[in-house]
Write a protein of this length. Sequence first.
Lengths: 209, 308
Amino acid sequence: MSAIRSEQPCPEPSALSKLIEAADASGNPFSATTLQTLHNLQHQHLWTSLQIHDISTALEASETPSKSPITSSPDDTTLTLISGIPPHRVYTHPDEQLYMLEQGLREDDLKPERLFVIPTAQGQAWSLRRIAAVFDAMSDVQADETAGDGNTAKAEQLVKYYERREKARKTTEWGGKRVLLAMVDKGMGGEGTVVYYVVQEGEVKPRQN
Amino acid sequence: MDSQPTLPVPISYISGRYLLFSIDAVTYLRREHNICGVLIGTLPQIPQQNVFLGLPLELMPEEARVLVDRDVACIVDEAKAHDGMKSLLEEDRRQYLRELESQGLHASRILSDRKDQQREQALKKLGEKVKAKAAKAADNASASSAQKDESSSVVDIFDDGSNSASRSANMTPESKLAMAITPATSYPPLPQPTSSSRILSKPEVPLSYPLFAHLHSQGYFLSPGLRFGCQYVAYPGDPLRFHSHFLVVSAEWDQNIDLMDIINGGRLGTGVKKGFLLGGPEKTREDVDSEAERVESVRAFSIEWAGM
């Protein structure tokens, strides 16, 4: 029995395992989660121009161990974000959708936009402080809108739309800052599922799904 | 209709519950202060056998606290406040009883008036029916004069009917039997502005109060969230007119949040066309002296399933 087993070749590591092994020299225990999320975004959801942002937050300064012995792990001071451009719009505020409808615009007419993703793993300790830290850091890493407006037929409406959106951004009537929360399944053997949730700052009314 | 109770509205504190017994106060607080509460009054014998519950209205401690902080209401120790019953003067008592009796008479008069009206209407309808029948019969038998007499006799019968109706109206005894009135509040015998010795301090509130107060100040109507598996359900307007927008869960700033709870809430909320709202105050109770400061430091995050 044992002779037969030893003769069988060890299965080839998956593309994801190779990616993680190749990059995992930093010693950051969360880098594997980040890479797995990035891999998922790139190959399952076909996002483009993906980047990894390391943001150092002021978590350590304000978070004393005595106050929260559970949440503080050695790597709480740095948060890693991923940003990329999704092939389709991930989120449209209901009021924004109404405005677009009135202007005769479709989601495909708009420029693709960079969106931020927080990679997390199931069972990882999180708190409101951490979520707030991500949102506070995001104003520094402002999303650059990629140019590439080939649609000239609706140029006029588009200009109007972007003006209106700039106004809405200031009043946050179409929702405040938004980010995707990605959670990697690490339980049950880690079958590779990644789920995504839209997190927005403030009270943003739900979409009419 | 826009009856305004005298402020501050007394909230009865009875065995750990905050209750309202005055319908004027209930409608006023709902109309002007976005406080709905939960109606808990039911039939004493068969509590499961009615569809709609009535007075009293139970308030969450958070709701009571918001009202007290706005100086709209005060908390009254109901047991102590009713000690005053014993010291009521005999004369006051008699007057109160007389008042109750006159109210009862008024109610019974209204009731009998309505009964008379209904009877009259019913008889009128009946009379019309008989008339219509008679007219038909007359049409059918218009050829012979003998039958015409018969039709006139039918009219006589109808006349008889009207006579009997008036007779029965005369017969109805002006029942002077007063209805028994059960007052919902005890302010008429007791003085309305309760003496300050019976007013309790501000209600004790759970840690989630700052988020509650924050959302309430934004104009949301909040109700208990058990049926949706959260702490509060937030409605953008009166729950009778609007679907709720959020399932609200509060956490302390450094409280450990299981990510699975976010997924659960987000998924459940999206499934019922609501957002999942997670929030809490940045300051802990040790940091500040008053809850008001905690309310100001609230930050909230709306979570929805991304659908990818």
